[in-house]
Design a protein around this ligand. Structure first.
Ligand SMILES: *[C@@H]1O[C@H](CO)[C@@H](O)[C@H](O)[C@H]1NC(C)=O
Ligand SMILES: *[C@@H]1O[C@H](CO)[C@@H](O)[C@H](O)[C@H]1NC(C)=O
Ligand SMILES: *[C@@H]1O[C@H](CO)[C@@H](O)[C@H](O)[C@H]1NC(C)=O
Ligand SMILES: *[C@@H]1O[C@H](CO)[C@@H](O)[C@H](O)[C@H]1NC(C)=O
Ligand SMILES: *[C@@H]1O[C@H](CO)[C@@H](O)[C@H](O)[C@H]1NC(C)=O
Length: 362
C-alpha cells in the first residue's frame, strides 16, 4: 500500500465517517431534510430518475424526501410501477415481521457492496437480542437472504446463518440492541462492471433480494419469502477500497486475500418458482396491517407498541404521510397505501460512495 500523508488520511477518514453517518441516518428515517440525492446530482444512479421522460415530474420534478402533500400519485411519474409493493413512508412491508427500510424496489445499484437495512423489531413491538425474543404469540425465529435472478439463473448467499461473521452470520444477533439490522453484502466478482455493458451479456442485471423469514405470528408458525427487485447495473469496481472496512458491520463475504468472492463459491441451486410457492406458509394477511401484532412479552419500548392496534404505529418522523390520513387516523395508516413515496437515495449508494471517494489514491 502506498503511504498517504497522515493529514490527508485523517481528512479522508473524517469525511467517510460523516458519510457513513448519513447512511445510518437515512436508514433510521432521520434523513428527511438532507438528501444527498438532491444536493449532489453526480451521486445519482444512472437509470430510473424522475422526469427523465421530460418534465412531467409533477411539482417541480423534485419530489424530495419530505413530500407531505398527500398527493395521490406521490410524484412518481416516470418511475417503475411499484404499486404491487406495500410501501409506507419508504418502509416496505413483507409477508413477515421484517420491514425493509433500504433499498427501495427497482433501485439501480452498484458500488462496493449491497446495503440492506431491515427492521426486525416489528416496528418497535418486539424485543431484539440481547433481550430474549422468545414469545408464545409473536417472534422472529430467523431470517436468511439471497440475491437471486431467474433471468440470469443466479442464487447467491447473502446471509444464511453459517458463520459468526456478517453477513453470513445470524442477522438477529448482530448489532445487539439495534432494531434495524444492516446487511452489507460485498458484491461477488462476477457482478463487477463499469455500468456500461449491455444487459444480458454478463451476470449483471435484474435481481431480487430474496428474504426468507421464519416466524411466529399470533401463535402460529409461518415461513415467508419476499422478493425485492433491484437492478445490479451501476458501476462495481473490481477492487473495493480498503476503508470500506470502516463500515459497520464490515461488508462481506471477502475472499482470503480480502477481495471479492468468486461467484461460484457463494452460489446455490436456483429453485423453480413453483417449488418456492409450495415451500412457503404465509400468514393470512400482512402482519401489522391485517393482523394485529400480539405479544405476551412486556414491551420495553415505553409505549411504542399499542398491542392490538396498528392504527397509530407510524412513529417514523421523516414526513411523508402517504394518502389522506395525516395524524392519527387510527386503523387507516398502512391500509392499501400504494406507491413509492419519494425517490430516496439508497443507503447502499451512499455507502458505496464513501469507498469510491476514499479509494482514490489509496
Ligand atoms: C429457522 O427457524 C426454523 C423454525 O424455527 C427452523 O426450523 C430452522 O432450522 C431455522 N434455521 C436456521 C438456519 O437456524
Ligand atoms: C423477482 O421475483 C418475482 C417474484 O417474486 C419474479 O416474478 C421476478 O421474475 C423475479 N425477478 C428476477 C430478475 O428473477
Ligand atoms: C451458506 O452459504 C455458503 C455460501 O454459499 C455455503 O458455503 C454454506 O454451505 C451455506 N450454509 C448452509 C447451512 O447452507
Ligand atoms: C436459493 O438458495 C437457497 C439455499 O439453498 C434456497 O433456500 C432458496 O430457496 C433459493 N432461492 C431460489 C430463488 O432458488
Ligand atoms: C389471535 O389469536 C387469538 C387466540 O387464538 C384470537 O382470539 C385472535 O382473534 C387472534 N387475532 C388475530 C388478529 O388474528
Amino acid at each position: 500500500m502506498i503511504k498517504l500523508s497522515s493529514l490527508f488520511q485523517l481528512i479522508l477518514v473524517f469525511w467517510s465517517v460523516s458519510l457513513v453517518g448519513e447512511v445510518w441516518g437515512e436508514v433510521r428515517g432521520e434523513h428527511a431534510v438532507r438528501s444527498l440525492s438532491q444536493n449532489g446530482q453526480h451521486y445519482r444512479p444512472r437509470p430510473r430518475q424522475n422526469g427523465q421522460n421530460g418534465n412531467q415530474g409533477g411539482n417541480g420534478g423534485n419530489n424530495g424526501n419530505n413530500g407531505n402533500n398527500g398527493n395521490k400519485n406521490n410524484n412518481n411519474n416516470g418511475q417503475p410501477d411499484t404499486s404491487a409493493f406495500n410501501i409506507v413512508n419508504g418502509r416496505i412491508f413483507t409477508p413477515g415481521l421484517g420491514i425493509i427500510l433500504a433499498p427501495q424496489p427497482f433501485t439501480p445499484m452498484g458500488g462496493d457492496f449491497l446495503h440492506i437495512a431491515l427492521d426486525v423489531s416489528g416496528d418497535g413491538k418486539l424485543p431484539v437480542p440481547p433481550l430474549s425474543t422468545a414469545d408464545p404469540l409473536t417472534e422472529i425465529f430467523n431470517i436468511t437472504l439471497f440475491l437471486t435472478s431467474n433471468t440470469l439463473q443466479k442464487n447467491f448467499t447473502i446471509s444464511n446463518i453459517t458463520t459468526n461473521t456478517p453477513p453470513f452470520a445470524n442477522i438477529m444477533l448482530q448489532e445487539p440492541g439495534q432494531t434495524v439490522k444492516h446487511i452489507n453484502f460485498e458484491w461477488p466478482d462476477c457482478l463487477v462492471g463499469d455500468g456500461k455493458e449491455d444487459i444480458g451479456t454478463t451476470a449483471r442485471g435484474e435481481y431480487n433480494i430474496s428474504i426468507h423469514q421464519n416466524f411466529r405470528l399470533n401463535g402460529s408458525e409461518h415461513y415467508s419469502i419476499f422478493n425485492l427487485p433491484i437492478q445490479v447495473t451501476n458501476s462495481i469496481p473490481q477492487f473495493p477500497g480498503a476503508d470500506q472496512l470502516l463500515t459497520k458491520p464490515p461488508p462481506g463475504p471477502l475472499s482470503v486475500n480480502g477481495g471479492r468472492m468468486n461467484c461460484d463459491s457463494i452460489s446455490n441451486p436456483l429453485m423453480d418458482i413453483n417449488q418456492l410457492v409450495q415451500s412457503v406458509n404465509n400468514p393470512p394477511g400482512q402482519p401489522f396491517q391485517d393482523i394485529a401484532i400480539e405479544t405476551t412479552a412486556k414491551d420495553d419500548k415505553g409505549g411504542g407498541g399499542q398491542v392490538g392496534g396498528p392504527g397509530n404505529a407510524n412513529p417514523n418522523p421523516n414526513g411523508g404521510n402517504i394518502g389522506n390520513n395525516p395524524g392519527n387516523a387510527e386503523g387507516q395508516v398502512g391500509f392499501a397505501v400504494k406507491g413509492l413515496r419519494a425517490s430516496v437515495l439508497d443507503a447502499a449508494f451512499a455507502a458505496g460512495l464513501v469507498i469510491l471517494g476514499t479509494s482514490v489514491g489509496w
